[in-house]
Ligand binder design. Structure first.
Ligand code: ADP
Ligand code: MG
Length: 605
């Protein structure tokens, strides 16, 4: 390790992965982006005879690895769509020579391919077959292994075909590596790659897949969910402000929902500020040479902020990304993409702009995705939570209550479930949250949706008596929902159904709707139209816990407890959340000792 890679010591779970790899085990290795997953196979590859085959999703990732390996004088080759005929020929010849045991031919230690090579190239699989027959196929490495799973955020169909590896080469160990592998993805991954069930500890159990998992939390990343204004203009304004106040002239990425949004945001960030923010646009339809140019300009600082879809990122290794801003629809994606910040180990901000109305917007966008509902709910839960530490939320989400056996690595000073002390929720002054008994308004909202489905906007207006106290849900589109969903407008009498208006502001009513969704009292139903999908709120079975009571009962304290935390309106200058400086400032103040107490002393203002 020292001689070839120049590293003095192992990081995170690297040593465990290397050892298990040397033992020829099947392994799943989960480490944060930039954690050093590659060493887990590169070092064993050099120490054991034969060729390690690495499957990686992107050309750019492969090219980058090959470059680094060649710099370290490691014999690594690649076979991808971009490899020239002569180069491929040469690689095949060398593989052939290895298979026939030619004495003067040095082994190829590492061979990188994209997954379609396995899925589509008979020539290649037959070359592997020959290596296999003479025991020269050392291991398979599946990099970015979450791409195997439809439950993940970056599913790639060619990755599913990797199931043939175990079929064709049953004795070759598999090492699957990823930075984002929640339990559902992990289960899928094991199944698709035909890896055996997980076991804990390697010595006592000579077979089975060993799972290594390093804490995903990175101390230098400061997470915050910031309030997103209702209009596009205001949102751009808030983002410009945020960038100029906190990251003037620093490098960042803004992840947008769509290609169109990416282009608009890039334009508007530039146009909106007197101090022009130099932006670039990156998405799948940008021409390859443009992408290359943009990447270069971004790397050397001529472009400050890249506005992109999720097409941008995997394999980006710019160290000094100081902020990543999101308008995102998945928590996996938010985690993975924000991980591109602060790879140099210095402080960086990971910001999500969110407002309660996004909940159904996100749902509409992910409707039809595999397990879209679960994904949406995790995202909404995360974004709407103004109390729980972000680090703990991620830790829960990525490990859940799965009774997986983890060979996990513990940091010296903190365990996974201690609060980070520097995210938005850890640094929010307690007095900025108002915990209200929301039993009555919850009952009112549930009564209304029990009568008829509404969109969130309709429900909030109706409940607050906006528009004369009667609102109608647009009919049609619903999938045979029957009652109350006839064509046209159906009026619901708020006095009759809910005993009067809800006494909350518009924002608070939205927040309450989201709370009811998260707590499972409300659920969403989808009605596709020609252009989009309408998302309606309807009561779940659980709603009866409220709705079976009368208003008088509820007012007397019957029915379930329902407390809803609201953010108090604070004047602009003192709202940490609107300026977004909370994470950074408080972290700086509490550096070295990031306990919630020390963070609490600096509510940024
Ligand atoms: P990942 O694939 O997990 O995102 P990489 O394997 O690409 O991460 O490694 C990220 C960076 O960390 C690389 O620059 C690598 O050289 C460096 N690195 C990996 N392991 C160590 C180590 N033990 N000590 C120091 N640097 C390391
Ligand atoms: Mg990697």
């Amino acid at each position: 390790m020292k001689a070839v890679f120049g590293f003095d010591r192992f990081r995170l779970v690297q040593e465990g992965i290397c050892n298990a790899s040397m033992d020829g085990r099947d392994i799943v290795g989960i480490m944060p982006t930039g954690g050093g997953k590659s060493l887990g196979y590169q070092l064993p590859a050099l120490l054991v005879p034969g060729c390690t085959l690495v499957i990686s999703p992107l050309l750019s990732l492969i090219a980058d690895q090959i470059m680094h390996l060649r710099e370290a004088n490691v014999d690594a080759v690649m076979l991808t769509g971009a490899t020239s005929k002569e180069e491929s020929m040469h690689v095949y010849q060398r593989l052939q020579a290895m298979a026939s045991g030619a004495p003067d031919a040095p082994d190829i230690k590492l061979c990188y391919v994209t997954p379609e090579k396995i899925a589509k190239s008979k020539t290649f699989t037959s070359a592997l077959q020959k290596l296999y027959q003479v025991n020269k196929l050392a291991r398979f490495v599946i990099d970015e292994a979450h791409c195997v799973s439809q439950q993940g955020h970056d599913f790639r169909p060619d990755y599913q075909k990797l199931s043939v590896l175990r079929q064709l080469f049953p004795n070759v160990p598999i090492l699957a590596l990823s930075a984002t592998c929640p339990p559902a993805v992990l289960r899928d991954l094991l199944k698709t790659l035909r890896m055996p069930a997980l076991v804990s500890g390697t010595a006592a159990t000579p077979t089975g897949t060993v799972l290594f998992s390093a804490p995903l939390y990175r101390k230098n990343l400061h997470y915050a969910v910031l309030p997103k204004p209702a209009s596009w203009r205001e949102t751009i304004h808030v983002m410009t402000d945020y960038i100029l106040k906190n990251h003037r002239n620093e490098t960042g990425i803004v992840y947008c929902h769509s290609k169109k949004d990416a282009a608009l945001v890039a334009n508007d960030l530039y146009e909106n500020s007197n101090h022009k923010i130099l932006t670039g646009v990156y998405h799948s339809e940008v021409r390859d040479d443009e992408k290359q140019r943009l990447h270069e300009r971004w790397r050397d600082g001529r472009v400050q902020v890249i506005c992109a879809t999720i097409a941008f990122g995997m394999g980006i290794d710019k160290g000094d990304v100081r902020f990543v801003i999101h308008h995102t629809k998945s928590l996996d994606g938010f985690y993975q993409e924000s991980g591109r910040a602060g790879r140099d180990g210095k402080d960086a901000d990971c910001v999500l702009y969110y407002r309660a109305q996004d909940a159904t917007r996100i749902a509409a966008m992910t409707c039809g995705d595999h397990n879209g509902d679960d994904k949406v709910m995790s995202m909404i839960k995360f974004a709407s939570d103004i109390e729980e530490c972000r680090k703990i939320q991620f830790a829960r989400y990525f490990s859940e209550s799965s009774n997986l056996s983890l060979n996990s690595w513990e940091t010296e000073e903190e365990d996974a479930l201690a609060r980070c002390g520097h995210c938005d929720n850890c640094t929010r002054p307690p007095e900025s949250i108002e915990r209200r008994d929301a039993r009555l308004p919850a009952w009112q909202l549930l009564r209304l949706v029990s009568r008829q489905q509404f969109t969130m906007a309709q429900l909030c207006d109706l409940a607050r008596g906006v528009g004369g106290g009667n609102a109608g849900a647009a009919g049609g589109g619903a999938k045979g929902k029957g009652k109350g969903r006839s064509k046209g407008k159906v009026a619901v009498d708020i006095e009759e159904v809910a005993g009067g208006k809800v006494e909350l502001s518009k924002e608070q009513t939205e927040v309450l709707c989201v709370r009811l969704l998260v707590e499972g009292y409300l659920q969403m139903s989808y009605a596709p139209t020609a252009y989009s999908v309408n998302v309606y709120l309807e009561p779940s079975a659980k709603a009866a816990r409220f709705t079976r009571f009368s208003r008088a009962d509820i007012e007397q304290g019957k029915g379930p407890e329902f407390v809803c935390p609201f953010l108090k309106k604070v004047t602009k200058r003192t709202t940490a959340a609107t300026t977004g400086t909370s994470a950074k400032k408080s972290h700086k103040a509490s550096k070295g000792k990031s306990t919630p107490q020390s963070a609490k002393a600096t509510p940024s203002g």
